[in-house]
Design a protein around this ligand. Structure first.
Ligand code: NAP
Ligand code: ZN
Length: 348
């Protein structure tokens, strides 16, 4: 076993603290990755604070991981020592069900094994995530990270990138489609950049106008403040597709009213509280309200290659490990532009 430094949540209410954790011995299909950078996703915060239910502590979170391969198991064929690689939100799945066979491991019928707070089939321990110096992962859940993407910025693609790319592709965002992105945080700003690259006409729906210049710089054609009630009158019936990335409970009826006839609102935001739907907003215009979880491994690789081809990177703020707790408060205050990335050297 390998002992590595990490930052862990000791409970739902205490700050994260420096600690050490064990990584399992390399199995024949395992890859040892020295982590270079790890992004901070709002899901990390929901998880450690118990928003989605009780968890086991101490817990190391982090599922936007990039680094280099330092050792491979005897049967590994996909990755070599020295490769630049990434790990996202899953580290395993059954590999045999119809979803896994279709490359949709995120919907594994046995439940995929999450990068943190999952039960590791290799040894029965609780998986620990990317706020650490190194990680051991089955080679099938390790992605190739194109060299052209700045390693200091690329980590958030492993969650924020794929979580927005997958629904944009599934619901055919592209030339001629009007897409709205609700909430411009980590996921939201990636949704804007990716939808623009796909050729869609993109509008940002943010609480205020404070991020308007950024929206336009990332290629959106419009940015509206949702605190202004006039926004909902002006944009009623407009969008073919709305991607809701908001981490809190919002008035779904108001947003569903912005969909065109037969339009779809996809929820990727996962607030602690249930959302309420006034069904006539769906019924009277044949609209759909859908959900989407990250993306499969092959689609995640496709997204990384797409971002390399289009020169798409997240906007990041690099922090040291001891700044994680302050960064959490800033994410909760929607004061992140647009993703915090931890320099893993500072776990030393
Ligand atoms: P984030 O960076 O905090 O962004 C969320 C954005 O939502 C904020 O920047 C803010 O944008 C808006 N917002 C926050 N509180 C709000 C409120 N009370 N009312 C209206 N708008 C509000 O979070 P993230 O990392 O992008 O994650 C967003 C959500 O997606 C989280 O719930 C996370 O758990 C979930 N998630 C889901 C998946 C999946 O597979 N489905 C994957 C990753 C994350 P403005 O300032 O522009 O208003
Ligand atoms: Zn995430």
């Amino acid at each position: 076993m390998l002992t590595v430094n990490a930052y862990a949540a000791p409970s739902a209410t205490e700050p994260l603290i420096k600690t050490t954790i064990q990584r399992r011995d390399l199995g024949p299909k395992d890859v040892l990755i020295e982590i270079a950078y790890a992004g901070i996703c709002h899901s990390d915060i929901h998880t450690v604070r118990g928003d989605w239910g009780p968890i086991t502590y101490p817990q190391v979170v982090g599922h936007e991981i990039v680094g280099h391969v330092t050792e491979v198991g005897s049967e590994v064929t996909k990755h070599r020592v020295g490769d630049r690689v990434g790990v996202g939100c899953m580290v395993n799945s059954c590999g045999e069900c119809e979803q896994c066979l279709a490359g949709q491991e995120q919907y594994c019928l046995e439940g995929n094994i999450q990068t943190y707070n999952g039960v590791d089939p290799a040894d029965g321990t609780i998986t620990q995530g990317g706020y650490a110096q190194a990680v051991v992962v089955d080679e099938n859940f390790v992605l190739r990270v194109p060299e052209s993407l700045d390693i200091e910025k690329v980590a958030p693609l492993l969650c924020a990138g794929i979580t927005t790319y997958s629904p944009l592709r599934r619901w055919n965002a592209g030339p001629g489609t009007k897409v709205a992105v609700v909430g411009m945080g980590g996921l939201g700003h990636m949704a804007v950049k990716i939808a623009v690259a796909l050729g869609a006409e993109v509008t940002v729906l943010s609480q205020t106008t404070s991020k308007r210049e950024d929206s336009l710089r990332y290629g959106a054609t419009a940015h509206y403040a949702t605190k202004d009630a006039a926004t909902f009158d002006e944009l009623a019936g407009t969008f073919d597709l709305i991607i809701n990335t908001v981490s809190a409970k919002i008035d779904m009826g108001a947003y569903l009213g912005l969909l065109a006839i037969k339009g779809t609102l996809v929820n990727v935001g996962a607030p602690a509280e249930p959302l309420e739907v006034p069904v006539f907003q769906l019924i009277m215009a044949g609209r759909s309200w859908a959900g989407s979880a990250i993306g499969g491994i092959a689609e995640t690789q496709e997204m990384l290659d797409f971002c390399a081809e289009h020169g798409i990177l997240p906007e990041t703020e690099l922090i040291a490990a001891e700044q994680i707790n302050d960064a959490y408060e800033r994410v909760l205050a929607s004061d992140v532009r647009y993703r915090f990335v931890i320099d893993a050297k500072t776990f030393a």
